[in-house]
Structures are given as C-alpha cells and as structure tokens.
Design a protein around this ligand. Structure first.
Ligand SMILES: Cc1cc2nc3c(=O)[nH]c(=O)nc-3n(C[C@H](O)[C@H](O)[C@H](O)COP(=O)(O)OP(=O)(O)OC[C@H]3O[C@@H](n4cnc5c(N)ncnc54)[C@H](O)[C@@H]3O)c2cc1C
Length: 413
C-alpha cells in the first residue's frame, strides 16, 4: 500500500514514519523549500505527544532539540500568584514536557523520515487532490501528479485537503488574540524566572509567557487581545515598531517582560491565532485529514503538536489492524474525534481567559485564582497530558508491527 502525505510540518513526517512502521510506503509533499526560513516561536510538547514520539522512535531525536518544562505558574498583573499546574506527568523514563523552536521540530522530523528511506519532497506544493476509485491523486503546482492508495492531508489549519473532502467544511476561527514571540540571549533577568517552566502573566493589556532556558536565555511570547492583523498592517510595521508597542503594553505589569522585549530579538510578529473545532467529515473516498487540518486547538492549549503526533500513531495502527482503507479511516475517526474536540474546547476556554472580560482586573484575578484552584488542576488535566497512545490498541499495533529500520540505525538506500 502507498500513501501520499500532503504537508511536511509535524503531522506529515510523523504519519509517514508511523505508516512505514506498519509496512505502508509513504511520500511526503511539502510546499516550502527545505531552506526556507520559517517564522520562529517556541512550542511545548506535552508528555502525551512525547509518548507518541516514542512509538515512532523519535523521542531521543526530539529530546536533543528541547529543554525541560515541568510547571506553569500564573501571576496577575501586580505579581499576585493565581495558581500553578504541572505540564503533565513525565514519561516512565522521567522525560518531562519539552520546549523547543517550532521550525526545528518540523525540520528534524522531516530529516529523520528521509533518513529512514521515506521519499520527502520539498518545494512540492499541491494544488489539488482527488479520489478516483481505489486511487488518490495529488496534483502539484508544476503540473506533476503523485498517486497512492490513500492520501493524508497533513496540510495545517488552512488545508486544501479538508476542502476537497467537503467544500462546506468550516474555516479556522480567529480566537481574538495576536501573537508575538521572541528570545533574549544570556541575560541576568533569566534568574528572576523559574528554572524549568513557564511563567504566565495575565497583564493589564496583554498575556505574557516567559521561559528560562538552561543557558539563561529567555524565550518569551505576548498575546494581545485585538482584531486580526491584516497583511497590509503587518507589512507596514517594522520589528522595532512592534517591539516598542509590546514593551509599552507590558510596561506596568509585574516582572521583567518589558526589559526582555527591549533587549531581545522579536522572531514572530503579528501572527493571528486560530482554532478549528468540529469538522463533520474527516474523510471521503481515499482522502483523510489529520493534525491541524482536521482539528486545531488554539495555541493556548499547548496541545496542537501532541494531538497531531497521536493522530499519526492512531492512523497507522488503524490501517494495520483493519487493513481496508475506508473502514480504517472510520476506525481512526471513531478513536480520535471525541478526544480532540474536547481538547479544542479546552483550548478555546483558555484563549478566552486571556481576553478582557466585562469584569475589572481585580475581580478577574480573583476568578482566575478560583479557576486555577479548583478547575485547571493537575488532576483535571490528566486526561489530556496523561493520555498514552502507546497503551491504546492502535499504538500497540504500530509497536508490534514495526517494520521500520531501527531508530538510530541508518538504512541503506
Ligand atoms: C504561535 C504558536 C504556538 C504554538 N504553541 C504550541 C505549543 O506550545 N504546543 C503545541 O502542542 N502546539 C502548539 N502550537 C500548535 C502547533 O504548531 C500545531 O498544532 C502543529 O504545528 C500542527 O501540525 P500539522 O503538521 O498538523 O500542521 P502544520 O505544522 O501547520 O504543518 C502543515 C504543513 O503543510 C504544508 N502545506 C500546506 N499546504 C500545502 C500544500 N498545498 N502542499 C504542500 N504542503 C502544504 C505547510 O507548508 C506546513 O509545513 C502552536 C501554534 C502556534 C501558531
């Protein structure tokens, strides 16, 4: 069996490697050039995503890219502690959630897929896809075609495969927050922050995340509640202007964010934040969507990558156990839909807690203290980060069937 995978972000290469483990050949088609510089910004992979990486033999690879993130601590604008939660129970070998640069993760997975003998094609933008009898076809921008027995749309939140499956499929929803991300190198301000976790500040005008690295750098991001930023506004605003605006927005809040922004590099500016909830059809004929193309929790959930990785394992496991494409797609939807839609809903609530409410700042902080004491607790989050796809029937099917070259052992080509 051969699969055409559209998209070489996270879900794409992970799916291709999981499919290879169950004996399905895959080709990954990615629109970007390999050397294209992608907007920076960091993400955290929760233990449920790390578990999925371990099933596809990529945990060591990814561990080398990141630094540990064990806990999130939430503060109000004046420094009042609102609450604290762990980022999930570490894996059995002790690996906690890991934070890393988004493009590094995607690049590492694509390189690993290629190293395992999977055909990985960059600058391969797919312009249309179709399902024809027992075949799936991707048509490339240059007119070329790639065919397979199935086609997996791992093409992100604006997926053309989702629209090909259902022209009436919903578009992603703007969640009301813009995102800015940066990095401040080797700074003494790092020592004001927790050693191995995120500090989040619900500020007067913006929500800020700060993470110290083992080298005493600081990774930071700022979410600003405001209307979507247009392409024109983005093009007309210099990095220095964005930076000055961000520093002004956080100036009156607790902590070193203002100084970190002024002395650091702004790597991601004016990124609009989206989510994607219920998509009624994830598959049609030989086409299926996975990852953000099927369900995108807002970045505030910290779960997009982890769900995409879980999808990769469950799809391969479903195909291995069911055999036939359409029933396997049905089994995939059955195994995934309830969980991912619930996570998207949690992410939407998390995004709205960053938006200014009708109540003032002080009552808002009092409300958040209650939320973090009784609702957003380690126990309440365990169904998300404590999930282990390796323990599901699909995860076990991938582990048991593994026909991939052993991780760490280059395959002769
Ligand atoms: C600022 C920000 C912070 C985030 N933080 C976190 C976090 O802390 N933790 C977390 O788990 N998640 C986080 N996320 C979400 C996470 O990045 C996504 O959920 C994840 O990348 C989804 O992976 P994917 O492979 O489904 O889609 P993507 O990563 O979007 O990859 C899709 C790929 O498909 C390619 N593509 C699209 N169309 C075509 C086409 N026609 N032909 C060929 N290729 C195509 C694209 O170029 C892209 O490479 C964050 C997201 C953002 C925006």
């Amino acid at each position: 069996m051969k699969a055409v995978v559209v998209g070489g972000g996270v879900a794409g290469p992970a799916t291709a490697m999981a499919l290879q483990q169950v004996g399905i050949e895959a080709v990954v088609l990615e629109a970007r050039h390999r050397t294209a510089t992608e907007a920076g910004s960091y993400l955290t992979i929760a233990p449920n995503g790390l578990d999925a990486l371990s099933v596809i033999g990529c945990l060591d690879l990814v561990r080398d890219l990141g630094f540990p993130s064990r806990r999130s601590t939430m503060l109000g604008a004046t420094g009042r502690r609102l609450g604290s939660v762990t980022l999930g129970t570490p894996l059995a070998d002790g690996t906690p959630a890991l934070t890393m640069k988004r493009p590094h993760l995607s690049r590492a997975l694509m390189d690993e897929a290629a190293r395992r003998g999977i055909e990985v094609r960059y600058a391969a933008k797919v312009s249309s896809v179709a399902t024809e009898g027992s075949r799936a076809v991707a048509v490339l921008d240059d007119g070329g075609t790639v065919e397979g027995d199935l086609l997996v749309g791992a093409s992100g939140v604006r997926s053309l495969v989702r629209s090909a499956i259902d022209p009436d499929a919903p578009a992603a929803r703007y969640v009301g927050l813009t995102n800015f991300g940066g990095f401040t190198r080797a700074t003494p301000l790092a020592r004001e922050l927790p050693a191995d976790g995120w500090r989040f500040v619900f500020g007067r005008h913006a929500f800020v995340g700060l993470h110290r690295t083992p080298a005493d750098d600081v990774v930071w991001f700022v979410n600003v509640p405001e209307p979507e930023i247009s392409r024109e506004r983005r093009a007309a605003t210099s990095l220095a202007e964005w930076r000055a605006r961000l520093a002004a927005l956080v100036a009156d809040d607790t902590g070193p964010a203002g100084e970190l922004i002024e002395t650091g590099e702004l790597e991601l500016a004016g990124d609009n934040t989206y989510d994607l909830g219920h998509v009624s059809s994830w598959h049609r004929g030989r086409l299926l969507v996975v990852g953000d193309a099927a369900h995108a929790p807002s970045p505030s959930s910290g779960q997009g990558v982890s769900l995409a990785l879980e999808d990769a394992v469950v799809l391969a496991g479903s195909l291995a156990s069911v055999g036939e494409v359409t029933p396997a797609f049905d089994a995939f939807v059955e195994a995934r839909r309830a969980r991912v839609e619930k996570v998207v809903a949690v992410g939407a609530r998390s995004s709205s807690s960053k938006l200014p409410g009708r109540v003032g700042r002080v009552p808002m902080e009092a409300m958040l203290r209650v939320v973090f004491r009784y609702l957003v607790t380690d126990r309440a989050q365990d169904w998300i980060t404590g999930y282990r796809v390796s323990a599901t029937p699909e995860g076990r099917a991938v582990t048991a069937t593994s026909g991939a070259p052993a991780p760490g052992r280059p395959r002769r080509r």
